[in-house]
Design a protein around this ligand. Structure first.
Ligand SMILES: [Zn+2]
Length: 1024
């Protein structure tokens, strides 16, 4: 007899399974393997950044992909999961530069471009290995022979080719753009790489004198700014062209707001309206004079530098705010930049790339921004131009990468024109060719693409795909034609002036000069999303027409998180359509984000994350995966409570905002201390580490153990039984016993429902269906129900076949979610029951469950009447068990049970009386419409039946009365408090509706609880 070890050892099983999978290369796919009529399923991994280790978000994303891939593989598709990593330009360079500075006190300029890039490659090698290892630890069945990297030669060729094609079609342009400048990394960062922080600052009011004021004209204007040093770059002062009308409009808007606002806000609004009226009276005459002066081309004198700058009329100046005049610094503020474009103002850049002032800063050149600010303020004060200084909290933009303040900065950048490119990508989603699931996320895709904003693709970095453009001056087109006409991979265009831009799909142009004039390569690299945008086709070999591209493109599905719908998903659609003429994928499955207990995103820097490797080590990869799949519901985001686990006694300590930043934590249970990720002192580092886990993963671990124990039971009953050929079991005639009909029916309907859930990306639903069926129905009920037949030689063979049928089917259905425990059991079953053959198998059991056929129970097995019967049966047994445990009835003590139900239901249940009695350790005294409750019996409702459990003599009645009386009193207290809270108008008005709703629900639950306890209490009292 083949016996299973008592305990399931997840670590050993994981190691063994990987050997089986790697030996069989079951994860590998070849286009030449495609059989006629076979369907293809392909998916590209959202490539993890090589910046660091994988986090829980990756665990979720990759578990869901693996679930799909494993299911499709078993369903007979030719299946490819393309793995790889992303060079993540700015993120990776920032990490390596930070370390360089911290550990060696060197900047990238000390090292130089080549040496820095070499350092980053070394970093990449280390982390790529780690990331791929982590993916394997999670059980990802990627095609490990096809690992790609966004910066490898194949992807680089695709990037250059795609860029050249855009260039040739005139879709690449060079332009000035106000960028978010990171002065530490000295690069532009995108809006998505910027975070805002409230900081204490000031509002400086500065006087600008009017040049040659006429009588009746103001001699000066006052402007206010939070960044006084930027006045060095001012090129105008703006005033509203029609201040009276603007104030009228503002007053109108306020009155409308007042009409809609609650009474308590009226006072504030009235004060604002009075202020507007005062401005209308006192300020408008001055502003109207200034607007006239602006139209007449009059000027003011820029303080400190003495430059004459124009007054301009522009609606950006709001007469309802401040003095009604604003300074305009077009090169250093996005709104001023727009004014500059409207009024055709010069744009004076005062900054060097490192954040110091350049020559335009005059006497302040060379100073860093903050130093310049101090000096400018002091000099303004000395010159008598500083009118007032106010304290003010300001919203300051910071770079997410370097955590330093962002400077708006005018720079030459490359752009991809979006107007033509966006249209087909919009159409692909509007027409339903690409399906975004859940559908609500299509909106952010359509909204963003609909703006058709040009995509700035230059990054002033060294790590990335260098822009394949060279610049040359002073040559004629004939010179370029002579040099490159024979090359299909080179194109050139005018640079907008007298020079040329030359673009190439080759790594170099092959020549350094044309007609004696040097070709100078653009120093910048491409936005990292440019190579990611090509990922589905570049990984398959584009621009070559490879067999992989023909076979696996378009890919079937993309599984990703909502934050990168615009950055990544939309751009893949654009570039896929542009490069190949076909959409990159048919479905986009968006999964939720995992937040901590308090609704915050998890991150190492907050100390509130869970390291997936900790979960794998403590509970197993299947526990991690089952937890992840169960959380992948269609609602927005998932909150996950996090707990530290004491390494000494395994006690769980809730992770809170306070303790998550501590280097050491004392265990309240055993008194021992353990370290966290923050440990730095030698004393702390010497402590054992306490991993952060979550109860959300326990269910998966327990489930693995449940399956293991069920398998032990099955194997113990399989002595000398190697299995039967069940390929003839096509109709329900094979199942004569009632419980067999039930099991067969459930196998068919559960397979159908779980398969549909997977098809529709309802991941959590698939996990729920399989868990409930495997645990409650197969392991808990069916195994119990077939015991008698196993002991009876006349029926044992059929019962054994049914056990194998049930277990084998469950393993296959669960394999995509929990690959390790199912494979480990599968291998044991191959030894113990290697001759079994399921109705959907073409041959004996496959060498790995990974390539076993997906179950396909015939529709004919489905028997609704039997399923209803067993549904009732399980509910009744559950209700009796629940009462037993609630009342602490000893496990072996039989209880008397009456079931009141309609006659047809009683008839239905008749064949299962014995089963109810054995599974609930009960004796049925009556079943039917006339069944009555014994005095003081505990009652429960289950599937349309009233279940009465007679507790007479089983419980200590006076003690139970005392306990219940106390419980009623406590519950009544809670109810009174809740009612008072809800009756308080302040609470109901101020609290968010969701909170109020929750309070109401809790109140209803408490009231129900009280009613039940009171009824039981009265029944007991009547008996006492
Ligand atoms: Zn402890």
């Amino acid at each position: 007899m083949h016996e299973l070890p008592k305990q399931y050892d997840h670590a050993a099983a994981q190691a063994r399974c990987r050997v089986v999978w790697d030996a069989g290369r079951h994860w590998h796919a070849e286009p030449s393997d495609l059989r006629p009529g076979q369907r293809v399923f392909s998916i590209v991994i959202p490539p993890p950044n090589v910046t660091g280790a994988l986090h829980l978000g990756h665990a979720l994303n990759n578990t869901l992909q693996d679930l799909l891939v494993r299911a499709r593989r078993m369903q007979g598709f030719l299946t490819l999961w393309m793995p790889g990593t992303d060079h993540a330009g700015i993120a990776t360079q920032a990490v390596v530069e930070r370390r360089l500075l911290e550990e060696e006190k060197l900047s990238r300029h000390d090292l130089g471009r080549e040496r820095l890039v070499a350092r980053i490659w070394a970093w990449k090698e280390q982390y790529e290995k780690r990331i791929l290892g982590q993916l394997r630890d999670m059980g990802a069945s990627c095609d490990w022979e096809r690992v790609r990297f966004t910066l490898d030669e194949q992807c680089a060729r695709a990037v250059r080719t795609a860029f050249l094609r855009l260039f040739e079609r005139g879709l690449v342009r060079r332009g000035k753009r106000l960028v978010n400048w990171d002065t530490f990394l000295q690069t532009a960062v995108s809006d998505d790489e910027v975070f805002h922080e409230q900081v204490k600052g000031h509002f400086w009011h500065i006087r600008y004198d009017v040049i040659d004021p006429a009588p009746g004209e103001p001699a000066s204007v006052t402007v206010a700014t939070t960044r006084p040093e930027t006045l060095l770059g001012d090129t105008a002062v703006a005033v509203h062209p029609d201040p009276a009308a603007a104030l009228d409009a503002a007053a109108r808007a306020l009155r409308e707001k007042r009409a809609a606002a609650p009474a308590k806000e009226h006072a504030d609004i009235d004060r604002a309206l009075e202020d507007l009226a005062a401005r209308q009276r006192d300020l408008v005459p001055v502003l109207e004079t200034l607007a006239r002066m602006a139209r007449a081309g009059r000027q003011v004198r820029l303080p400190l530098l003495g430059r004459a700058i124009p007054l301009v009329a522009d609606e950006w100046a709001k007469p309802e705010m401040g003095s009604g005049c604003v300074k305009i610094t077009p090169a250093h503020d996005p709104n001023d930049h727009d004014v500059g474009l409207r009024c055709r103002l010069p744009m004076v850049n005062i900054l060097n790339p490192d954040g110091t002032l350049n020559a335009a800063g005059g006497p302040y050149a060379g100073l860093a921004m903050m130093k310049a600010r101090t000096r400018v303020v002091a000099d303004l004060e000395a010159a008598g131009q500083l009118v007032q200084v106010e304290d003010r909290v300001i919203d300051l933009a910071h770079s997410d990468r370097s955590k330093t303040p962002i400077e708006p900065y005018l720079a030459d950048q490359w752009f991809i024109r979006m107007s033509e490119l966006a249209e087909p990508a919009l159409d692909a989603v509007r027409s339903g060719k690409i399906r975004i699931v859940p559908e609500r996320y299509a909106k952010s895709y359509l909204d963003w693409l609909g703006e058709k904003r040009d995509w700035p693709v230059s990054r002033q970095l060294w790590w990335g795909h260098r822009i394949p453009i060279w610049h040359v001056e002073g040559v004629a087109e004939a010179d370029l034609a002579a040099a490159f006409a024979a090359r299909a991979d080179v194109a050139w265009r005018r640079d907008g002036g007298s020079g040329w831009h030359v673009c190439s799909a080759a790594e170099t142009l092959g020549v350094e000069a044309v007609a004696g004039r040097p070709l100078v390569r653009d120093p910048d690299v491409l936005d990292t999303w440019f190579s990611s945008a090509l990922w589905p086709h570049s990984t398959l070999g584009w621009p070559e027409a490879t067999p992989e591209l023909a076979c696996f493109y378009p890919t079937t599905a993309l599984v990703t998180s909502r934050d990168i719908i615009t950055l990544w998903v939309a751009r893949m659609v654009i570039m896929g359509l542009f490069d190949t003429g076909a959409i990159p994928f048919h479905d986009v499955a968006i999964h939720p984000k995992i937040l901590d207990r308090y609704g915050e995103t998890m991150s190492k820097s907050k100390g509130n994350g869970v390291d997936p490797l900790d979960v794998i080590e403590a509970l197993g990869a299947d526990a991690l995966r089952f937890g992840m799949v169960s959380m992948a519901t269609e609602t927005q985001d998932v909150r996950m409570p996090v707990e530290f686990q004491c390494p000494a006694c395994a006690a769980r300590i809730e992770q809170t905002v306070q303790n998550r930043m501590l280097p050491r934590i004392a265990c309240p249970k055993c008194g021992g201390a353990f370290r966290t990720q923050w440990a730095q002192s030698a004393a702390d580092l010497a402590l054992p580490r306490g991993p952060a886990l979550s109860e959300r993963f326990e269910a998966g671990r327990n489930f693995s153990n449940k399956l293991w124990n069920a398998t032990r039971f099955v194997l113990m009953n399989l002595e000398d039984f190697r299995g039967r050929d069940l390929s003839g079991w096509r109709d329900a005639a094979a199942f004569t016993a009632l419980e067999d009909r039930w099991l067969a029916s459930r196998l068919a309907s559960v397979t159908r429902d779980a398969t549909r859930a997977i098809d529709d990306y309802r991941f959590a639903e698939a996990a729920r269906i399989l868990y409930a069926f495997a645990w409650d129905e197969f392991c808990s009920a069916y195994l119990e129900l077939c015991k008698a037949r196993l002991a009876d030689p006349a029926h044992a063979e059929q019962a054994r076949s049914m056990l194998l049928l049930g277990l084998d089917t469950i393993l296959r259905l669960l394999h995509p979610i929990m690959p390790f425990v199912t494979e480990e059991i599968w291998q044991h079953l191959r030894e113990a029951a290697g001759l079994r053959r399921m109705p959907w198998d073409a041959a004996a059991p496959a060498e790995s469950i990974m390539v076993a056929a997906w179950p396909a129970p015939p529709e004919a097995w489905i028997d609704d009447r039997t399923e209803t019967l067993f549904g009732t049966f399980l509910a009744v047994v559950g209700a009796i068990r629940e009462i037993r445990s609630r009342q602490n009835v000893p496990p072996r003590t039989r209880v008397a049970v009456a079931i009141r139900c309609p006659a047809d239901k009683a008839e239905l249940l008749a064949p299962l009386h014995a089963a109810i009695e054995s599974m609930a350790t009960a004796e049925l005294t009556a079943v039917g419409p006339d069944a009555a409750s014994a005095p003081g019996a505990a009652t429960a409702a289950a599937a349309g039946c009233d279940v009465f459990v007679d507790l007479a003599g089983l419980i200590d009645v006076p003690a139970e009365i005392a306990r219940l009386a106390k419980e009623c009193e406590r519950t009544a207290g809670f109810i009174a408090a809740k009612r008072a809270k809800l009756a308080d108008g302040g609470f109901a008005a101020k609290a968010p509706p969701a909170v109020v709703q929750k309070e109401r629900e809790q109140l209803a639950d408490l009231e129900e609880k009280l009613a039940k306890a009171t009824a039981t209490l009265e029944a007991l009292r009547s008996r006492a």
